[in-house]
Write a protein that binds this ligand. Structure first.
Ligand code: SF4
Length: 286
């Protein structure tokens, strides 16, 4: 297990926090935020999300191996046991793929895509699946998980995120950039250093995208997050989470409860304390 080096001391009672996934939900559609963060309506993960979860877990394990062993065959060999472990924790996932491990070939394709993008024998990340949590001066608590954090001998920080999903790039990219700025801001506030690079690795496309944030931009982004959180709190008091229909509704699991699609939301359960904004494993994969 990689040490949680960037997280501040975890408070005994976890306050509601904003995660990149939930902030993105609220921006996209306040009602979607409510369904996920407050009503906590169940969602069945898609096959692509489960595959992504397995691939992320394999890459984390890969970096736990000595450098010389970080080879494509070794990564491929980690797939089946990782899937079995996930299945033992969540047996219901078997319905998505059956117990036939043949689907792992497609996960193997994503791993092959990873090895085309970089050679993991050349460096050691500082951390994988790193929890970052920090409170902004305004009191907004940020919480999220970073796929991988690389720190150069010069102290320069690189934030890496693996993209394993199949959503169209034009939709996914804006969301990914929002998520990366979120992590960059959290790290800047935690360590006093603006990350040198935010790197998105699209394993299916075998392409990566690098982005360099600057302080002025992150300061603006901080104000954006504060505004989102204030809007969440206002809606939370009244229960007025409005639906916002868009192309992204095609990926929403809650159309049956959504007035835009003829559904009725459940009665508003009230503002939840203390865990609004939690991310599930599946949230962290897209
Ligand atoms: S279907 Fe669309 S409008 Fe309705 S809750 Fe989902 S994202 Fe929002």
């Amino acid at each position: 297990m990689v040490p949680d080096v960037a997280a501040q001391d975890t408070p005994a009672v976890r306050r509601p926090a904003l995660s990149p996934s939930r902030a993105g939900d609220f921006k996209q559609c306040p009602l979607l935020y409510r369904f996920r963060a407050i009503d906590k309506l169940p969602e069945t993960p898609s096959a692509a999300q489960v595959r992504g979860t397995v691939v992320h877990a394999v890459l984390e394990q890969l970096y736990g191996l000595p450098r010389a062993e970080r080879l494509p065959e070794r990564a491929r060999a980690l797939l089946a046991p990782t899937w079995e472990r996930l299945l033992s924790e969540q047996p219901e996932l078997a319905e998505l793929f059956g117990r036939d491990a043949g689907w792992l070939d497609s996960a193997g394709g994503l791993l092959a895509g990873y090895f085309e993008l970089e050679d993991p024998r050349r460096f050691d990340p500082e951390a994988c699946e790193l929890l970052v949590e920090t409170e902004l001066p305004s009191g907004v608590l940020l919480r999220g998980y970073i796929d991988r954090l690389d720190v150069a001998p010069t102290g320069e920080i690189r934030v890496v995120d693996y993209k394993t999903g199949t959503a169209p790039r034009e939709i996914g990219e804006a969301k990914a950039l929002f998520q990366m700025k979120f992590y960059a801001l959290a790290l800047w506030r935690l360590r006093g250093v603006v990350p040198r690079q935010l790197r998105l690795m699209y394993l299916a496309d075998r392409q990566s995208l690098a982005y360099t944030p600057d302080e002025a931009e992150l300061a603006r982004f901080e104000r954006t997050l504060e505004a989102i959180w204030q809007a969440v709190l206002r809606a939370g008091k009244t229960g007025d989470f409005r639906p916002s229909r868009s192309r992204l509704c095609d990926w929403c699991s809650h159309q049956a409860h959504c007035p835009e699609f003829g559904g009725t939301p459940p009665a508003y359960p009230g503002w939840p304390e203390p865990s609004a904004g939690e991310e599930s494993l599946v949230d962290r994969v897209d």
